[in-house]
Design a protein around this ligand. Structure first.
Ligand code: NAD
Ligand code: UDP
Length: 310
């Protein structure tokens, strides 16, 4: 039985990861300060004697004994990470240092939940891991993008300097049940608006693209990456290469919900990336992984969840 620490374990992705690792017979410690996470996401796990929750901010040191660490703590939605941008950078950087320090002390393997945002508004399409990105260092999204970039730097320096076993996953837009009702990201926004017959808020003309991965696929990729031999550090892109415009997504959500909602255009947020699509050649070859759930199927499951929540 492995002892596994998941920071941000009460969040959207973290809660699915806790569930999956418990079901595989591991001892799971979930650390979360509930900034964007919710107890409801993990309430069903609390009766399991191999599951523990610690309310803790990763910006402060943590002393536990574990074999593996999945470092997911960080608000992921633009409205949440821009609400307190200094705290966002601290979470990635101070939190990263604390978790790396912990991994060093207990000789644990550690995986970082990095992001496609490290590519910024990409000039290379689709994005390959070798692309260094096009990131604004002083804009509204920088607290998140640069925080995550600095965290990657720290991971690789701990690997080179202290021989830490690291894994870096660059996650592209992932969606599914348990996203917060007011998460603010596009999939949950559109579904909630459609189910309430409210206007669907497309920012800009909706020609910008994203590639949406269903949560189950992503979690499978995480665990495969953690279990790779030590010489595989990443960064590895994890995401679904099927690319859609935001307008196409809005139309799909309206069709699947049978909503009476109308599409309205709102101003495009600053530095909003124009296009985003992962090149997953590396994940396919090193992890033998590729997403299985097509957008419509994942949307149906997510719509079902939000119908119940609403
Ligand atoms: P989320 O907001 O649902 O989860 C983040 C979790 O981290 C929450 O439970 C929150 O309370 C917790 N947290 C935040 N700051 C903390 C702190 N200082 N100390 C302890 N806990 C803290 O978001 P998510 O979508 O589940 O994202 C999880 C991770 O994956 C994040 O690191 C995010 O950057 C990364 N990621 C997600 C996506 C995606 O599309 N879902 C894409 C790229 C990267
Ligand atoms: N978006 C939108 N309407 C919304 C929320 C988001 O049109 O109600 C757009 C946003 O401008 C971006 C895309 O959808 O172009 C994805 O946004 P999200 O916040 O989900 O994630 P991002 O990939 O930008 O971090």
């Amino acid at each position: 039985m492995k002892r596994i620490l998941i920071t941000g374990g009460a969040g959207f992705l973290g809660s699915f990861l806790c569930e999956k690792l418990l079901s595989e017979g591991n001892d799971v410690i979930c650390v979360d300060n509930f900034y964007t996470g919710q107890k409801a996401n993990i309430a069903h796990l609390m009766s399991n004697p191999y599951f523990e929750i610690i309310r803790h901010d990763v910006c402060f040191p943590l002393y536990v004994e574990v074999d593996e660490i999945y470092n997911l703590a960080c608000p992921a939605s633009p409205i949440h990470y821009q609400f307190d941008p200094v705290q966002t950078t601290k979470t990635s950087v101070h939190g990263g240092i604390n978790m790396l320090g912990l991994a060093k002390r207990v000789k644990a393997k550690i995986l970082q939940a990095s992001t496609s945002e490290v590519y910024g508004d990409p000039l290379v399409h689709p994005q390959v891991e070798s692309y260094w990105g096009n990131v604004n260092p002083t804009g509204l999204r920088s607290c998140y993008d640069e925080g995550k970039r600095c965290a990657e730097t720290l991971f690789f320096d701990y690997h080179r300097q202290h021989k830490l076993r690291i894994k870096v996953a660059r996650i592209f837009n992932t969606y599914g049940p348990r996203m917060h009702l007011r998460d603010g990201r596009v999939v949950s926004n559109f579904i909630v608006q459609a189910l309430r017959d409210e206007d669907i808020t497309v920012y800009g003309e909706g020609n910008q693209t994203r590639s949406f991965c269903y949560v189950d696929d992503l979690i499978d990729g995480f665990i495969r990456l953690m279990n790779t031999p030590d010489d595989i550090t990443g960064p590895v892109n994890l995401g679904n290469p099927s690319e859609f415009t935001i307008l196409e997504l809005a139309q799909k959500v309206i069709a699947l919900t049978g909503s009476r909602s109308k599409i309205v255009n709102k101003p495009l947020p600053p530095d909003d990336p124009v296009q985003r699509q992962p090149d997953i050649t590396l994940a396919k070859s090193k992890l033998n992984w590729q997403p299985k759930v097509p957008l419509e199927e994942g949307l149906k499951k997510t719509i079902e969840y939000f119908r119940q929540v609403i």
